[in-house]
Design a protein around this ligand. Structure first.
Ligand SMILES: CCCCCCCC/C=C\CCCCCCCC(=O)OC[C@H](COP(=O)(O)O[C@@H]1[C@H](O)[C@H](OP(=O)(O)O)[C@@H](O)[C@H](O)[C@H]1O)OC(=O)CCCCCCC/C=C\CCCCCCCC
Ligand SMILES: Nc1ccn([C@@H]2O[C@H](COP(=O)(O)O)[C@@H](O)[C@H]2O)c(=O)n1
Ligand SMILES: [Mg+2]
Ligand SMILES: [Mg+2]
Length: 217
């Protein structure tokens, strides 16, 4: 949903900054790499020690690089397959750092095993959500349904709630984590059903055709 409705707005807002970086000769890949590094370092330095508010601000500052890199690539007319691969792969790394660092806090000084497990579930289910689309596309199948909770929802949910929790708002983080966990679980099935439909449709038009791209796991 956010991807559909908020992306255009943020693209317009970030456009001047992306143009500035292009003029300075910065490459989209550099922005992808530095943005991810900032998110990972911000998450690992602050969240495992319970510094939720500052951590959220640092991560938020870097996470918007994910919208800037693609914008820059489009401005210079160099949207490459390598860039798409790098962007998506590092998205997974950033997501793992955010939810993993929160899990470390809750399993340790945060002393809340339920939330630690919930963070691990959010991490794992979020990665599966992304994998469904990546695997479908590698098989030449469309995964047209975005689903209830995509990456933007996961990030906004966890960051807003963690930032507010750092300011002392009670329960907000637990509510957001449950929302992300349930939403991601539903999204996995939404995407699997969509791909199943697409695969069945292709099978009807090309019965008995050999599976494509079967080598990858
Ligand atoms: C007093 C308040 C204290 C609290 C402070 C809180 C501050 C934090 C506030 C906001 C955090 C904002 C987070 C920013 C979100 C960043 C968005 C972003 O990068 O999203 C990435 C997403 C996807 O990008 P890609 O196309 O590059 O990636 C694809 C994706 O990874 C796919 O994964 P999947 O979805 O399938 O799981 C892969 O399949 C694919 O391969 C990959 O390419 O980009 C978008 O979706 C674009 C839309 C972004 C919308 C951002 C909206 C932020 C909006 C508002 C936040 C403001 C809230 C203010 C809160 C105040 C609190 C009351
Ligand atoms: N280093 C990069 C990063 C991205 N791209 C291209 O942009 C697309 C992603 O756009 P976002 O707005 O979601 O960042 C991606 O699919 C690539 O085509 C790139 O070329 N190099
Ligand atoms: Mg990007
Ligand atoms: Mg990305």
């Amino acid at each position: 949903m956010l991807n559909k409705y908020a992306r255009a707005f943020f693209t317009r807002v970030l456009n001047p900054f992306a143009s500035f970086l292009v003029r300075k000769g910065v490459s989209p890949d550099t922005v992808t790499l530095l943005g991810t590094l900032g998110v990972v370092v911000g998450a690992l330095i602050f969240f495992p020690f319970g510094h939720f508010f500052v951590g959220t601000l640092v991560i938020t500052a870097f996470i918007f690089s994910d919208l800037v890199d693609g914008n820059m690539a489009r401005q210079i007319g160099k949207s490459t397959k390598w860039g798409a691969f790098l962007d998506s792969t590092l998205d997974r790394v950033a997501d793992a750092a955010i939810f993993g660092a929160l899990a470390v806090w809750f399993a340790g000084d945060g002393d809340n095993l339920r939330l630690a497990v919930l963070c691990v579930f959010c991490l794992a289910s979020g990665q599966v959500v992304s994998y469904t689309k990546a695997r479908a596309e590698s098989l030449g199948l469309k995964c047209d349904v975005s689903g209830l909770v995509e990456r933007a929802e996961r990030l906004v949910g966890v960051l807003v709630a963690t930032g507010l929790s750092g300011l002392g708002v009670p329960w907000i983080q637990e509510i957001a984590l449950w929302g992300i966990a349930v939403g991601s679980f539903v999204t996995i099935f939404q995407r699997m059903l969509a791909v199943r439909k697409e695969a069945d449709g292709l099978e009807m038009t090309r019965p008995g055709s050999a599976p494509e791209g079967g080598g990858a796991a």
